[in-house]
Ligand binder design. Structure first.
Ligand code: XLS
Ligand code: NI
Ligand code: NI
Length: 435
């Protein structure tokens, strides 16, 4: 059975094409810096936003009504699997990501939930075999169900911690079974709304303990995928413990987990933290913590995670610049953690959304590759810091000076001469490469 009958396989037609159901920039096999575009970009479909979400918001119910929505729970989720794989095949997307709860109904007990999950995982496994599509990462939803009202690993209720442990165990089993290349921990409700009722130390220690248990279990079952943490500063709680890359790095060091995790960086989470997307990627890259990306975009005027499809070429270019400078993705990829707007209720809107996101990142990749090939920023930056390659600067970098020596040197200086940072010129050059 075909779901998206009005849409055939989306092809690359180049920049001159007027066909809105084609790629203008994403040419999967085109070689960029020695490897095909598709290997650079490793696009993934987010199961939750694409297949499960209905467009509900705090003021209104679902508007995105799909063919499967009228079916009984198990039939419904099976049809979603079929539709999802057809969708990815038509777009040429080779990876997907999911939470346990996205794919199967929870039923009336934990054992029923696990049983349902197993049944659907059988079907997903068969579809993966049929299409060659792979699992980028799995994760567990430990935030939607009311039992997680106070958090999961950071709940004040030990029974909830235990339940979270069971869900993580099961999600790791599933991820391993489907050959997942990674496993994500996004904080969900791991945070607080007021310190008046919160034992912050115990909550953070418990979160560390949950992650340690996950790492131990992965070793036990031979799951060799990459663990990631996805930072986010707020929403749903007022303060999320995994605030940003820098905070998460400190957390991981405190709990001896820094070698076991990398970052999954989401564009909209970066901006919520008061950083640019590029800042978070850079921070991860220079600390050897770069892992994967949740590609989306926020709205300048709205203060929450709007999860819009990424269409801004500046952001995509600078993001791909960081990805390339980090040596590219290994286990990670570009997961579109993005949803169509509530009023975009047709199936075709899903295609327009993904085509836009994929084309934006493909164009960003091409521009970033050219910038790197021409060493546009590298040469400028190298020159800007040249004072550290000889004389007193070299001694500073090599830790060969004392404060007394610095003082003696400074006392001998007549004047200090600085040179321009040339920001405007560099911004113009960036524009020239984009347009
Ligand atoms: C929510 C997060 C979530 C994670 C996966 O803001 O982005 O979707 O990516 O749990
Ligand atoms: Ni995300
Ligand atoms: Ni998000």
């Amino acid at each position: 059975m075909e779901f998206f009958k009005e849409i055939s396989k989306i092809k690359y037609e180049g920049e001159k094409s007027n066909n809105l159901l084609s790629f203008r920039h994403y040419n999967p096999e085109e070689i960029i810096l020695g490897k095909p575009m598709k290997e650079h970009l490793r696009f993934a479909m987010s199961y939750w936003h694409t297949l499960t979400g209905g467009g509900n918001d705090p003021f209104g119910d679902a508007t995105l009504i799909r063919e499967w929505d009228s079916l009984e729970p198990m039939e419904k989720v099976k049809m979603r699997v079929k539709a999802g794989f057809e969708f990815m095949e038509k777009l040429g997307i080779e990876y997907f990501c999911f939470h346990d709860k996205d794919i199967a109904p929870e039923g009336n007990s934990l054992s029923e939930y696990f049983k349902n999950l197993n049944e659907i995982v059988d079907l997903i496994e068969a579809e993966m075999k049929r299409t060659g599509i792979k699992l980028l990462w799995g994760t567990s939803n430990m935030f939607s169900n009311p039992r997680f009202v106070h958090g999961a690993g950071t709940s004040c209720n030990a029974d909830v911690f235990a339940w979270a442990g069971a869900q993580v165990k099961n999600a790791l089993d599933i991820t391993k079974r489907l050959n997942g290349e990674g496993y994500v921990f996004w904080g969900g409700r791991e945070g607080y709304d007021t310190l008046l009722n919160t034992d912050m130390k115990l909550e953070l220690d418990n979160l560390g303990r949950l992650l340690q248990l996950a790492v131990e279990y992965a070793e036990k079952i031979g799951f060799t995928g990459q663990f990631y943490i996805e930072p986010k500063p707020k929403e749903p709680t007022k303060n999320q413990y995994d605030f940003d890359v820098a905070t998460v790095m400190n957390f991981l060091k405190t709990y001896n987990l820094e070698d076991k995790f990398k970052m999954n960086i989401e564009a909209n989470h970066a901006t919520l933290a008061g950083h640019t997307f590029q800042h978070e990627l850079r921070m991860a890259r220079i600390n050897n913590m770069f892992g994967s990306v949740d590609a989306n975009r926020g709205d300048l005027l709205l203060g929450w995670d709007t999860d819009q499809f990424p269409t801004e070429i500046y952001d995509a270019t600078l993001a791909m610049y960081e990805v390339l400078m980090a040596g590219g993705f290994t286990t990670g990829g570009l997961n579109f953690d993005a949803k169509v707007r509530r009023a975009s209720m047709d199936n075709i809107d899903l295609f327009h959304a993904y085509i836009g996101g994929m084309d934006t990142f493909a164009k960003g990749l091409k521009v970033a590759a050219k910038l790197i090939e021409d060493r546009v920023f590298e040469d400028f930056i190298e020159k800007r810091y040249e004072s550290y390659r000889s004389g007193i600067g070299k001694k500073i970098v090599e830790k060969k000076v004392t404060l007394e020596e610095l003082s003696e040197y400074a006392l001998g200086l007549k004047e200090i001469k600085n040179s321009s940072g040339r920001q405007e010129m560099l911004e113009n050059i960036l524009n020239n490469y984009i347009y």
